[in-house]
Design a protein around this ligand. Structure first.
Ligand code: IMP
Ligand code: MG
Length: 180
């Protein structure tokens, strides 16, 4: 697995420090309120697990599954909501959490879906952002790191379902794409 990595973009230490900072910012923003974290499966699992352990405000968790990518590194079609929320979001402060903001189509779709259910507020926090790839006007309220337009894996992000368990973020060697 480590042999498949071309270059490490973000180390474990970089990630840990940044998430500590994000936790403080989010705590401050929502002071005195309870939030509902909506995690986008599967990619945001690792980020969410670390983020919530850096939050002191009361929170609950729910998950949503959205499809936008197949096994390729290019977007398939429009994102579809494959599994929706268990929680009634009306009147709640919702924080959407995803691994990466790429075209922005996934987050826009999810944001619109949640907003239609009368929450008290909807904000978003993404681990990574590739601003050069954006296809709409979606902006995240909190971003871990902005990165260049390169396909990355690790810390929850996958290529063809693999590499999610890497504790850092890196790019893959061309041979990985050639052999799959
Ligand atoms: P968007 O709808 O184009 O913003 O895509 C967001 C989703 O695409 C993310 O939740 C990821 O699952 C996937 N994605 C986008 N870029 C990457 C990448 O560099 N590595 C792994 N997955 C990615
Ligand atoms: Mg994903």
């Amino acid at each position: 697995m480590k042999n498949d990595i071309q270059k490490i973009l973000l180390s474990e230490e970089d990630i840990r420090k940044r998430i500590t900072g994000l936790g403080l910012e989010i705590d401050r923003h929502y002071e005195g309120k309870e939030i509902l974290i909506v995690t986008l499966l599967d990619g945001a699992i690792v980020f969410t697990a670390d983020l919530i352990r850096n939050l002191s405000i009361p929170l609950r968790l729910d998950c949503m599954r959205v499809s936008s990518y197949g096994d390729s590194t290019d977007p398939e079609t429009a994102p579809r909501i494959l599994s929706s929320l268990k929680t009634d979001v009306s009147g709640k402060h919702v924080l959407l959490v995803d691994d990466i903001l790429d075209t922005g189509n996934t987050m826009k779709r999810v944001h619109d879906e949640v907003l239609a259910k009368n929450p008290a507020s909807v904000h978003s926090c993404v681990f990574l952002d590739k601003p050069d790839r954006r296809e709409n006007d979606f902006r995240s309220d909190w971003t871990g790191f902005s990165i260049p337009d390169e396909f990355v894996v690790g810390y929850g992000l996958d290529y063809a379902g693999r590499f999610r368990q890497l504790p850092y973020v890196g790019t893959l060697k061309p041979s990985v794409y050639e052999n799959s």
